[in-house]
Ligand binder design. Structure first.
Ligand code: C2E
Ligand code: CA
Ligand code: CA
Ligand code: CA
Length: 273
């Protein structure tokens, strides 16, 4: 199959040729990775500000590459989205995360990142319903994290899918809030259950009064709209104290816990209960 495309490559510049080839190679490797089971999940806790207890974990995808080690999602998700491979990969993530959560205490939630590409074809609700049934977890324990790109393209069709998902009883979170062009208008398109305040605002919350004011406004808006707020990327005790003072619902970040293997997450939950 590699030789098939060779004839078309001679029309490209050499650098372009190399880039296209590298992309092709990664594509072939990615397809193989799914077949042989090289994908794995890490779980990062989110913690209630009020009680200090873990309320759930976010599933974060890793590629356990035989030579390159743990490959972070930034290095392969964009390509997987381009070539549509994020659909079967995303299905694996969802089913695996639900299976793992079935072993957890019943009040623990699991959050799964869903790409905008997975909304195409409108089969997402069927997949989620199937993952819930197969794992047996309560729908209310599953949180789906989406970014603004879901509401940017095909937004009417995608909002319809969001309503189907909501009808199943799962929770819908708006991820990376504040980084998009018009985050506020997205809150009008769909009644989200949770807003995840992007880590770029949290990073400077102690030193930058502008970022602190934005976080304060988002939390206040969440309170008025009945939407809970989770601050991402919390790395210090000072940041946590500020977020507590602002009335943020939950926190997530290295200060509370790094993404960890499923077994470690389970031990942490066992210690807590
Ligand atoms: P995200 O959903 O915004 O996830 C948060 C990212 O911030 C994670 O990076 C996490 O490891 C990192 N992080 C958490 N706490 C801290 C902190 O205190 N400080 C700093 N500097 N970083 C922190 P990760 O795991 O590399 O994931 C990057 C992105 O890849 C995610 O951003 C998400 O958009 C995407 N992603 C990850 N897993 C999946 C997946 O299963 N499906 C899809 N579609 N996207 C995924
Ligand atoms: Ca996320
Ligand atoms: Ca995020
Ligand atoms: Ca992000």
């Amino acid at each position: 199959a590699k030789d098939e495309g060779r004839g078309t490559f001679r029309y490209f510049q050499p650098e372009m040729d190399a880039r296209v080839k590298a992309r092709r190679a990664l594509e072939v490797e990615l397809r193989g990775a799914l077949v042989v089971g090289e994908f794995t999940l890490r779980y990062q806790p989110f913690v209630s500000v009020e009680t200090g207890k873990i309320t759930g974990f976010e599933a974060l995808l890793r590629w356990n590459h035989p030579e390159r080690g743990m490959v972070p999602p930034i290095e392969f998700i964009p390509l997987a989205e381009d070539i549509g491979l994020i659909v079967p990969i995303g299905e694996w993530v969802l089913r695996q995360a639900c299976r793992d959560a079935a072993e957890w205490p019943e009040d623990m939630r699991v959050a799964v990142n869903i790409s905008a590409v997975q909304f195409k074809g409108q089969k997402l609700a069927n997949l989620v319903a199937s993952a819930l049934t197969m794992s047996g977890i309560e729908p209310g324990r599953l949180e789906l994290e989406i970014t603004e790109s879901v509401l940017l393209h095909d937004s009417e069709a995608n909002v319809a899918v969001l309503h189907q998902l909501r009808a199943l009883g799962v929770r819908i979170s708006m991820d990376d809030f504040g980084t998009g062009y018009s985050s506020l208008s997205y809150l009008r398109s769909f009644p989200f259950d949770k807003i995840k305040i992007d880590q770029s605002f949290v990073r400077e919350i102690v030193d930058n009064s502008g970022d602190a004011a934005i976080v304060s406004a988002v939390v206040g808006m969440g309170v008025s709209l009945g939407i809970s707020t989770t601050a991402e990327g919390v790395e210090t005790a000072e940041q946590l104290e500020r977020l507590r003072a602002e009335g943020c619902t939950e926190v997530q970040g290295y200060y509370l816990g790094r993404p960890m293997p499923a077994g470690e997450a389970q031990k942490l939950m066992a210690r807590q209960s």
